[in-house]
Design a binder for this molecule. Structure first.
Ligand SMILES: [Ca+2]
Length: 176
C-alpha cells in the first residue's frame, strides 16, 4: 500500500507503448477506469470507461485511444474529473489491460510501456510495468473519496493474469 495523497481533483492518466515489430501482431493496450459506489467500494462497478464504454455523466473521458501504439507521444489518455463525480460514487480504480491475440501477450512482451498520472503539471505517479512483466493486466492507481467528500489517491500496482473483460470484474477486488 502506498501512502495516501489528499486533495486531487482533475487528473489525467496517459499511456504509451512502442508498436510491435514489423510483421508481428499489433500490441493493443487499453486504459480502463472502473467507478464503484460509496456503499460497496469493492463490489460491482457502477460503470466502466474504456475504448468501448463511456462515462454516462461525462466525468471520465477517454481522449485518445490507440490499437497499436503507433505515432509519437501519448497513445491513450483519460481525464478524470473526480470533483464532479456524483456523491454516491466513492472509489475509482484505473488500470491497463493488454488485448490478447492467438498467443498470450504480457506487459513484458510490449516495449517501452509507461503509464503516467498527472494533475495539471504535477506528476503523481509514473510506472513502467517491469514489476508486473508477467501479467496481462494491472491496476495502476486508485482514487477514494474521503470523509470530507474530497478525493485522495494511492499507487495500486497489482498484476492480473486475465483478459480485458475478466480484468474489469477483478480490478476492484480486495488485495490478496
Ligand atoms: Ca487500445
Amino acid at each position: 500500500m502506498g501512502s495516501l495523497n489528499k486533495g486531487v481533483g482533475k487528473v489525467e492518466v496517459s499511456l504509451k507503448w512502442d508498436p510491435s515489430p514489423a510483421g508481428a501482431p499489433d500490441h493493443d493496450l487499453d486504459l480502463i477506469a472502473a467507478v464503484y459506489p460509496v456503499a460497496e467500494p469493492q463490489g460491482t462497478p457502477v460503470y466502466l470507461v474504456h475504448f468501448d464504454s463511456r462515462s454516462p455523466d461525462g466525468t471520465i473521458t477517454l481522449n485518445r485511444d490507440s490499437r497499436n501504439g503507433q505515432g509519437f507521444g501519448v497513445d491513450e489518455s483519460m481525464t478524470l474529473e473526480l470533483q464532479r463525480l456524483a456523491p454516491a460514487y466513492g472509489r475509482v480504480v484505473v488500470g491497463v489491460a493488454v488485448q490478447q491475440r492467438e498467443s498470450r501477450i504480457a506487459f513484458g512482451d510490449v516495449a517501452n510501456t509507461r503509464v503516467t498520472v498527472k494533475e495539471g503539471y504535477d506528476e503523481l505517479e509514473s510506472h513502467d510495468f517491469t514489476d508486473v512483466a508477467g501479467a496481462t493486466a494491472a491496476t495502476v492507481v486508485e482514487f477514494t473519496r474521503d470523509a470530507t467528500g474530497g478525493w485522495e489517491y494511492r499507487r495500486a500496482i497489482r498484476g492480473f493474469d486475465a483478459d480485458p473483460q475478466s480484468f474489469t470484474t477483478l480490478m476492484g477486488g480486495p488485495r490478496p
